[in-house]
Ligand binder design. Structure first.
Ligand code: NAD
Length: 386
């Protein structure tokens, strides 16, 4: 599932957003460059051009002429340079993803974009078409999916260890925003503002992670859903808590809870897949293990890096027992995306199709999920087809 070999040459790489003090910029830079598969050479890091340039030059050591005022200038100039960037990561608020991705693809760049991908599924579908037309790779940073334990869970479901799946329970419920903390936190203020965040807060911000992970492990397609959403902090325009019931096409059922007001919870991103013959569960705060209970037996822990794991889960960086974490998961995904980009450049379509990474279809699915949840919740939680 995840390659263990690195690229012969790093890809020349740029970053849009992810400036100083941003939540997610640092992990992109660390993960992409961890294995020398990407080399940061350009950036438009900040909505404030001066701050972005200063950050790029003084703290990241980039050439001043490759730190740009905004993404338009960066894409225009870099696409004309002989040594211009080959790939770009977009780590800006949600409202900008569509326009920046579109422009980058149309200028021949591979794209790694943050989730939720766009405001509407139609926009995400359009990005897919543009990426296909230009033979560009489009990764979407569902960053928790690069863990060996996730590969193990997937394989166990696939080979029937838990039998036919009956129930998927997904949750990402933290308690950081149980009060109106956005007053002093610009990183949260945009998340609860529809113009910047889109039609949802927690459904898009964390619910999409749950959905994508549930789909990845169980392999099941949604049929319909019913959603209830609410903002407990009254000043917020967008929900800070949502509950979704899901019917899958094969008759299985699911529940998804995403919340920013779950006082006492730290992250609590958990996925539990329950089948006729067993259950597998994963918790992002303990990513080096999954728990597995065969029918009639108690839960046991399966540890990363152990000989009893499936071959597809044997891609750890350091032997079992030494904990790996989110940075390693992201680096694994960047490695696969890098290989995919080179395969696309070489028009090696068969190889490209064989390399897994969270991509544009995951992005589309996430945005469609948000759309359907909003439609359901805003119409008395009625069931809607997905
Ligand atoms: P943030 O508010 O902390 O940081 C956003 C950064 O983008 C800032 O540096 C800001 O100056 C910059 N920026 C804003 N508009 C810009 C523009 N037009 N051009 C260039 N730079 C611009 O936000 P964040 O928490 O880092 O979130 C960014 C994106 O990443 C969001 O889409 C969010 O949903 C996503 N995210 C994903 C994960 C994940 O696990 N994959 C985790 C957190 C955030």
């Amino acid at each position: 599932m995840i390659r263990t070999d690195n690229l012969k040459q790093p890809l020349r790489w740029g970053q849009i957003g992810g400036g100083k003090g941003s939540q997610i910029g640092y992990i992109h830079r660390d993960a992409a460059q961890r294995d020398r598969n990407f080399k940061l050479v350009a950036g438009a890091f900040d909505v404030n051009p001066e701050r972005g340039r200063a950050f790029g030059v003084e703290e990241l050591g980039l050439d001043a002429d490759r730190c740009y005022d905004d993404y338009k200038q960066m894409i225009e100039v870099e696409s004309k340079r002989e040594d211009g960037i080959q790939a770009v990561t977009i780590a800006t608020p949600n409202s900008t993803h569509y326009a920046i991705s579109k422009m980058a693809l149309e200028h021949g760049m591979h794209v790694v974009c943050e989730k939720p991908l766009t405001f509407t599924a139609a926009e995400s579908e359009e990005l897919k078409e543009i990426a296909l037309k230009h033979n560009r790779v489009f990764g979407v940073m569902y960053g928790y999916t690069g863990y060996p334990t996730i590969a193990q869970a997937r394989e166990m479901v696939k080979r029937g260890d838990i039998g036919k799946v009956r129930i998927v329970h997904m949750q990402f419920a933290h308690g950081y925003h149980a009060e109106e903390v956005e007053k002093n936190d610009p990183g949260l203020a945009w998340r609860v503002t529809p113009e910047a965040s889109g039609p949802s807060y927690v459904l898009g911000d964390i619910g999409t992670h749950c959905l994508q992970m549930g789909h990845l492990i169980s392999g099941m397609e949604m049929d319909s859903l019913s959603c209830m959403r609410k903002s407990f902090v009254e000043s917020r325009q967008l929900e800070d808590d949502a509950h979704v019931m899901i019917r899958y096409k094969n008759g299985a059922v699911g529940t998804l809870w995403c919340s920013a007001v779950a006082v006492g919870n730290v992250h609590d991103f958990k996925v539990e897949v329950i089948g006729e013959k067993g259950t597998i569960r994963w918790w992002d705060e303990h990513p080096n293990q999954i728990e597995y209970a065969p029918l009639g037996e108690p839960f046991r822990k399966l540890d990363r890096g152990m000989g009893y794991l499936h071959d597809a889960a044997r891609f750890e960086r350091i032997g079992g027992g030494h904990p790996e974490g989110l940075f390693d998961s992201w680096a694994n995904l960047y490695r696969n995306m890098g290989h995919a980009m080179i395969a696309a450049d070489n028009d090696a379509q068969q190889e490209l199709a064989s390399i897994w990474f969270p991509g544009i279809d995951d992005g589309i699915e996430g945005v469609r999920f948000i759309e359907r949840c909003v439609e359901s919740a805003d119409n008395g939680s009625q069931w809607v087809n997905v």
